[in-house]
Design a protein around this ligand. Structure first.
Ligand code: GTP
Ligand code: MG
Length: 422
């Protein structure tokens, strides 16, 4: 494990305490051993080193004493700043964007995620080729093994990266095409899609698992959840068939983080395609996090940028069990749940079904004996109260959802007002 030192500049732009905690968690997620941090208060960053040159001297001392392998700066550094800092500190220097790319690179498992992250890394490196040359050799990420590469080598490296980018983009196009076919198939099934979105570590995967256990009682379908930033890197979908209710597809997605590297947002836009296809979004918010408002805004901004902000949304506050001594949140409408104590899950489930399929209605239906398959479908997606087999028809009394009325309009005998049954 590499020893890391975190460097912050207090420009009064961000909540420093939150930024510190978040960068530390990002470093831990990147499997770094955080030994210390250093903060400088300045009005604006310096062009040579980002921090002041006096601070660089101080930093160098700490780097030597603590045997620091990598200094992580909580910002986006220019290629020149990286080069200058690496020379002055004689250690690897990376910025927040590079750190996030490292986490994704470590976690990406599926073919698509691997290609996306490779592409984001190559795009990130291209303009930083000069500055990052020594970091790269330490990463073992290519043949950039001299500290001051000559012009010719630089040109070769640049061309190689450009050709890598083209290759990766081609491969990705193919993967996306296959995915589109699958999506079309799913859409033609007309099963509605519910997507869980939110800030990283908010509790999306845990909420998905709570719902799966409650509705499907199937341990095997569970997804990975962990107290670690970016535990989920790939969208995962499960079809929910709950007795007495119509089916829907539930998908877990990659978490968001503020100040995400631009190339990464672009790369993961296709992963977020699923969100765009959703009929309903569950915006998962960690209500116990003092910074929840900022996290919500970040998520809403990403939803805006992928043109998904028009999709119907339920705000879900998780970690209710940790919010006991907090002043209640009153600035927006939400449902609060706990995945730990399993509180309010029934409310959430009922809200999901109502938003997707409308209220429950009690109906009397009449089927011919040829329409038996329709009755089977009804059995799977609604609550049958009574069924009687008459001479030339089958009479069924059932509680269905409003949206199912269309499907059974030819069989409908009478319709009563929405029942109060929940
Ligand atoms: N106390 C408490 N902890 C929770 C609750 N929901 C989730 N957690 C914890 O929060 C941490 C993150 O949960 P995840 O479900 O992995 O979060 P996520 O939003 O999927 O995170 P990423 O996939 O990393 O974006 C885990 O340690 C969970 O156990 C809850 O209701 N109460
Ligand atoms: Mg997750």
């Amino acid at each position: 494990m590499d020893n890391a030192l975190l460097v912050f500049l207090d420009l009064g732009l961000y909540d420093l305490a939150e930024s510190k905690k978040e960068l530390e968690n990002l470093a831990i997620a990147a499997e770094l051993n955080v030994l210390d941090s250093m903060t400088q208060k300045l009005d604006k960053p310096t062009s040579n080193y980002y921090i002041g040159s006096g601070k660089v001297v101080e930093l160098k001392k700490t780097v030597d004493v603590l045997k620091i392998d990598v200094c992580v700066f909580d910002t986006e550094l220019s290629p020149a700043q990286i080069r200058n800092l690496e020379e002055a500190l004689d250690t690897q220097v990376i910025d927040r964007g590079f750190l996030i790319l490292q986490i994704f690179a470590k976690r990406a498992k599926t073919k698509e995620a691997r290609l996306e992250i490779d592409l984001a890394q190559q795009k990130y490196l291209l303009p930083r080729l000069i500055g990052l040359s020594s970091s790269l050799s330490r990463q073992g990420g290519g043949s950039f093994n001299s500290k001051g590469p000559g012009e010719k080598k630089l040109e070769l490296d640049r061309r190689r990266i450009e050709s890598n980018i083209t290759k990766l983009e081609d491969q990705l196009k193919k993967v996306h095409l296959e995915k589109k076919v699958n999506q079309k198939r799913r859409q033609s099934n007309q099963i509605p899609i519910v997507a869980l979105v939110g800030y990283t570590n908010a509790g999306k995967s845990s909420t998905m698992n709570s719902l799966l256990m409650k509705l499907m009682r199937n341990e095997e379908k569970k997804v990975f959840e962990k107290n670690m930033l970016f535990a989920t890197l790939q969208t995962q979908a499960r079809q929910i068939n709950y007795y007495n209710e119509p089916s829907f597809i539930l998908t877990d997605t990659v978490g968001f983080v503020s100040r995400l590297p631009h190339d990464l947002v672009n790369s993961f836009k296709s992963t977020l395609e699923e969100v765009k296809q959703a009929d309903l979004i569950l915006h998962i918010i960690d209500g116990s996090n003092p910074n929840y408002q900022h996290q919500m805004t970040t998520t809403n901004d990403v939803l805006d940028s992928i043109e998904a902000s028009h999709i119907e949304t339920i705000n879900v506050l998780t970690k209710l069990d940790l919010m006991i001594n907090q002043t209640p949140i009153t600035d927006f409408k939400y449902l609060s749940i706990s995945n730990k104590t399993k509180t309010n899950l029934d409310f959430l489930i009922d809200e999901i079904y109502t938003r997707l399929f409308g209220q429950k209605v009690e109906v009397d239906l009449s089927f011919t004996y040829e329409e038996k398959s329709l009755i089977n479908a009804l059995y799977q997606s609604s609550k049958i109260i009574d069924i009687s087999y008459l001479e030339d028809e089958i009479r069924v009394k059932s509680i269905i959802r409003e949206s199912q009325l269309v499907t059974y309009q030819n069989q409908l005998l009478q319709k009563e007002l929405p029942s109060n049954e929940k």
